[in-house]
Design a protein around this ligand. Structure first.
Ligand SMILES: [Zn+2]
Length: 233
């Protein structure tokens, strides 16, 4: 695991999903790249569906701000933000999905990615599921060793699937990274909500405790393995 792509839907998903693992991988010398596929702001900013949601000034400023926050988190956790795609939230077309499939495949090829992390395939958030589907298409094993693929969970969407439970079977101990995680989550302060809402540092820490109890660590993040190729010589 050396060159890692985190394919996520929105700016903040990587920080709500796997910040401790990103920091651990980066500090151990891995190159970690984050791709944001959707714009992340417009669907919440407007309710008038006849309005051209992704072309107004307010939305453009909000989108740029969210990407900027992700860049700041990248400096704390140690990842590089790739050129975002700005697909429209919750309104993607068949053409958008086809574009996403080929774009992710081209990044994997261009950067020689060996491991991809993406969303849980039965997440409540439909944008998350679209990205997860595209990763599965883009990482099909063809003529060369396919990248390993793991799914991560995102606070306040994955657990709300209820009947489709996320079942982690691959773990990363993140106790040493908690201060960086807290810093990164605080960057997205406006996105956080007070308890008992799950989107906050306290909930993240509780989840890390729970995941740690599944693998004998004080704190951990858990992943669901889609495919893992043992790196034997
Ligand atoms: Zn998201």
């Amino acid at each position: 695991m050396k060159k890692i792509l985190i394919a996520c839907a929105h700016p903040d998903d990587e920080v709500l999903g796997m910040p401790g693992t990103i920091a651990s991988l980066a500090s151990s010398g891995c190159n970690v790249y984050v791709l944001h596929c959707f714009e992340g702001s417009t669907s919440r900013a407007f309710t008038n569906t006849s309005f051209p949601l992704n072309e107004d000034t307010h939305s453009q400023v909000a989108i740029a701000e969210r990407i900027n926050l992700s860049v700041q988190c990248g400096q704390i956790l140690g990842y590089e933000v790739l050129e975002p795609l700005h697909l429209p939230n919750f309104r993607s077309s068949v053409e958008d999905k086809l574009f996403l499939n080929s774009h992710i495949a081209s990044i994997i090829d261009k950067l020689s990615i060996d491991t991809v992390f993406t969303h849980f395939n039965s997440d409540l958030n439909s944008d998350h599921c679209i990205v997860s589907d595209s990763v599965r298409v883009a990482t099909r094993p063809l003529s060369q060793p396919a990248p390993s693929v793991f799914e991560f969970e995102v606070l306040s969407t994955t657990e709300y699937s209820y009947k489709s439970q996320f079942l982690p079977n691959y773990f990363c101990s993140i106790g040493m990274q908690l201060s960086k995680v807290q810093q990164a989550i605080s960057i997205y302060n406006l996105e956080m909500r007070p308890l008992p809402h799950p989107r906050n540092y306290d909930s993240y820490r509780s989840r890390a405790r729970l995941r740690g109890s599944l693998c004998g660590c004080n704190y951990a993040e858990g992943f669901a393995t889609v495919r893992h190729l043992l790196p034997l010589a």
